[in-house]
Design a protein around this ligand. Structure first.
Ligand SMILES: C[S@@+](CC[C@H](N)C(=O)[O-])C[C@H]1O[C@@H](n2cnc3c(N)ncnc32)[C@H](O)[C@@H]1O
Length: 309
């Protein structure tokens, strides 16, 4: 295993002593959210391609870091030679706090039909090989979310879309492609899109914002006062894509805050099978439908958030 891993500052590449030299890990996901937990997912060795992924959960010390190292030692992945492996858990369904409803099943069926025909290959060149996998993989479906997003945009034809987590802007570009001419897409992040760290940088361009339909808000909706400031915008959303930090802090706060305002929207939660998202997804109080087989391998689910307050 990569026991000589050196952690860099957020956004920096990681290096590992192996194969008689230093290997730079090509794809490092660094969450720069100023919460106490930062998650860094390091992928398999680019040379031997044999090690499983090794995520480091940093929480102000070595405790969680060591726990995760131990977990990977004690429970090595039974599947080898994969690009990325993550721990998850599966749960019984009969005692789930919420279940799919007819509306979600109908929306999902229509969105899946639309996703089959959707095509986001035109966005692929914007990726510029930044992810360590072929750019065209964003069009992989099922397996990756973007065509499901496209299918939902076509099915719901939302007037007001809100996204949590702009990052490089790939999901924003996908939704923008299918956004009605009279609709808006507001994407939230704590990092301005122009400042997305190098070497990856952003996939967005100034021209994407030119017609005014796409705009970014740099704000942390995990903060109560900030959430209050944007509550009218959130209440007016008819489609919400939740793809934020998954740091174990933001999403529980955001879900709790959503319950305090009137809402009537369909939401797509990303990475629902990611360790930090298991409890969030399980405990969502609204009708929900797991769509992992028709979206991202990390888990994805459709939710109907409807309540008056
Ligand atoms: C997984 S990435 C989003 C990927 C993007 N939706 C896509 O598919 O192209 C998560 C993003 O959430 C951002 N983030 C972290 N904390 C946040 C917060 N409190 N509110 C909104 N975004 C946040 C991170 O900076 C990061 O850019």
């Amino acid at each position: 295993m990569a026991n000589a891993l050196r952690l860099g500052s957020p956004g920096a590449a990681l290096t590992s002593k192996r194969h008689g030299g230093t290997v730079t890990w090509p794809f490092v996901e660094v969450n720069t959210h100023p919460a106490p937990v930062q998650e860094i997912a390091v992928h398999i060795c680019p040379q031997c391609r044999k090690d499983i992924a090794l995520p480091f959960i940093l929480s102000g010390g070595m405790k969680l870091h060591l726990r995760d190292r131990l977990r990977y030692r004690l429970l090595p992945s039974p599947v080898r030679n994969v690009f990325l492996a993550e721990y998850s858990m599966i749960y019984s369904e009969h005692d789930s706090p919420s279940r799919p409803n007819e509306r979600l099943l109908d929306i999902a069926a229509a969105a899946i039909a639309a996703a089959r025909k959707a095509d986001v290959l035109d966005i692929a060149p914007r990726l510029g090989s930044r992810f360590g996998f072929p750019n065209e993989a964003i069009n992989l479906w099922p397996g990756v979310n973007y065509r499901l997003l496209a299918g939902l945009m076509q099915t719901l034809a939302p007037k007001q879309v809100v996204e949590i987590g702009t990052s490089e802007g790939v999901s924003a570009l996908t939704m923008l492609k299918y956004l009605r001419p009279d609709a808006s897409l507001t994407t939230f992040d704590v990092i301005p899109w122009r400042n997305i760290s190098q070497p990856r940088g952003t996939c967005l361009r100034e021209s994407d914002f030119a017609d005014g339909r796409l705009r970014q808000e740099v704000a942390d909706l995990g903060d109560n006062a900030t959430f209050g400031h944007y509550s009218a915008l959130l209440s007016g959303a008819d489609f919400l894509f939740v793809d934020g930090p998954k740091d174990g802090v933001f999403e529980p706060r955001f879900v709790a805050a959503l319950q305090t305002i009137p809402m009537n929207c369909i939401a797509l939660f990303d990475d629902t099978r990611w360790w930090n998202m298991l409890k969030v997804w399980r405990e969502l109080p609204w009708p929900k439908l797991d769509l992992t087989s028709f979206g991202s391998w990390c888990g994805v689910g459709l939710v109907e958030i409807r309540h008056k307050r």
